[in-house]
Design a protein around this ligand. Structure first.
Ligand SMILES: CSC[C@H]1O[C@@H](n2cnc3c(O)ncnc32)[C@H](O)[C@@H]1O
Ligand SMILES: [Zn+2]
Length: 432
């Protein structure tokens, strides 16, 4: 079977208009072969029913730590630094490759079930993440997260080398669905000497960078004090603000840093739920958009969210964006959908996030015949303010159907849940 016709639905187009259309997917190339009037789209070898549904680009979660599903609900209601140091990092230190595999698979299951087709992952034992992504059929940009604080020189250098190795080894894996990046955890958890030595190595090989930046004031103030400059000026001096790079959070940004991001083409991944839950602050999203910065959307890990549902994230982004600006017209629904699709895809360097001939066939079909999605005044509004991940009927990535009529075809949901439950309990027991 080479051509799959998604028939009978309405389609969300790149200009945010919605029209009655069919989509023809080339399952071999993994691309969208045609989209348009049902009378003009060629017949397919097989049909996927989109009646009473909206065909939209698959959502792109541009910042997460997928295996942290094992820590969902383990430690809540604390601010970032204490939460990481006292609760999260001690258990993560106990995680084996098998734990990371189990946690990642649970994350992938949740993503497929809520219409997410691509994500960025920063974690460790990434070889397990690559295999899980390959089997589950998703698309990912992933990397090994470096932390040098608290490590001796040998350990710190090993971490940096490991991150470069993962970036080099796995780029292009899973038939090209996996891309990689060099991933220093943040500008305060990786020592300057290591950034000065290893970032140029990544650059030489054309490897993109992904890191947490300006998430809390505790992260900004020491850099201002010690370096005498704002964190993103410091990052720019270290050659960490290329147009292939994407930073997570970007909460405490001043106007000069917003200009710097726009000028360099560095993308920002907004993580509203995590920023609210950890009381990190409110990101200046409307100002970033006004300055022309590419903004994507991410959930962060499920210990600070506590789910991977990008529909939830879109709602949070719109709500908190208005609150931050004290303006109900700020961060409107159309901008938010763009962030979660084209914005995130562009930050990750993927040719997806829009329904257009030639783009990756990464798609979700949302059921519209639900009480909470009635009436149909404005379907873009519904995607942001009313829909949930559980409204997704089918999920496709790279032209392959990953979920059909809410049945995930690439993972055994029961086995994944059972394994994650068992491994989470054992890791916590070892740590306590
Ligand atoms: C070294 S791998 C990535 C590392 O990041 C930790 N993490 C999870 N959420 C956050 C966040 O909001 N800010 C900073 N770091 C975070 C995670 O626990 C992993 O250890
Ligand atoms: Zn994070």
């Amino acid at each position: 079977m080479t051509k799959l016709r998604i028939a009978g639905g309405q389609v969300l187009r790149p200009d945010a208009s919605v029209e009655r259309a069919d989509v023809l997917v080339d399952s071999e190339s993994g691309d969208i072969a045609a989209v348009g009037d049902p009378d003009e789209v060629p017949e397919g070898d097989e049909t996927l029913d989109a009646e009473d549904g909206l065909v939209m680009p698959g959502l792109v979660n541009a910042h997460t730590h997928a295996a942290m599903t094992l820590l969902r609900g383990y430690a809540d209601d604390k601010e970032l630094d204490a939460w990481l140091q006292e609760d999260i990092w001690p258990v993560e230190a106990e995680f084996t490759p098998e734990d990371v595999r189990a946690g990642t698979e649970l994350g992938l299951l949740e993503m497929i079930r809520s219409g997410t087709t691509a994500f960025a992952d920063m974690y460790f034992h990434e070889e397990e993440v690559v295999e899980a992504v390959e089997d589950a059929g998703l698309r990912a940009r992933l990397g090994y997260g470096i932390v040098t604080v608290g490590k001796d020189e040998e350990g710190a250098r090993e971490d940096c080398e490991q991150s470069l190795e993962v970036a080099r080894e796995f780029d292009g894996a899973a038939d090209g669905r996996v891309k990689t990046a060099f991933m220093p955890h943040s500008l305060t958890t990786v020592g300057e000497e290591y950034l000065r030595e290893f970032v140029p190595e990544a650059r030489e090989d054309g490897i993109a960078l992904h890191y947490h930046a300006n998430e809390t004031t505790d992260e900004v103030d020491p850099i201002v004090e010690e370096e005498g400059q704002r964190p993103l000026d410091y990052a720019r001096e270290l050659d960490m603000t290329d147009e292939s790079d994407f930073v997570a959070h970007g909460v405490h940004l001043d106007s000069t840093e917003i200009d710097l991001l726009a000028e360099t083409g560095t993308s920002v991944v907004h993580c509203p739920a995590s920023n609210m839950k950890l009381a990190s602050g409110m990101a200046p999203v409307q100002k970033l958009l006004d300055a022309g910065v590419t903004v994507g959307l991410g959930t962060d890990g499920t210990a600070s969210n506590n789910d991977l549902d990008v529909f939830d994230e879109m709602r949070d982004a719109a709500m908190v964006g208005k609150l931050a600006e004290n303006d109900a017209s700020a961060v409107p629904a159309e901008s938010v959908v763009r962030m979660a699709t084209e914005g995130s895809a562009s930050a990750l360097g993927f040719d997806s996030g829009r329904i257009e001939e030639g783009a990756n066939a990464d798609l979700a079909v949302v059921d519209l015949d639900a009480a909470h999605l009635t009436p149909h005044h404005d379907l873009v509004s519904h995607l942001v303010y009313a829909a949930r991940g559980s409204d997704v009927r089918h999920t496709l990535c790279d032209g392959a159907v990953l979920m059909r009529d809410r049945e995930v075809l690439t993972l055994d949901a029961e086995a994944v849940r059972e394994r994650a439950e068992r491994r989470a309990a054992a890791a916590v027991e070892r740590a306590e």
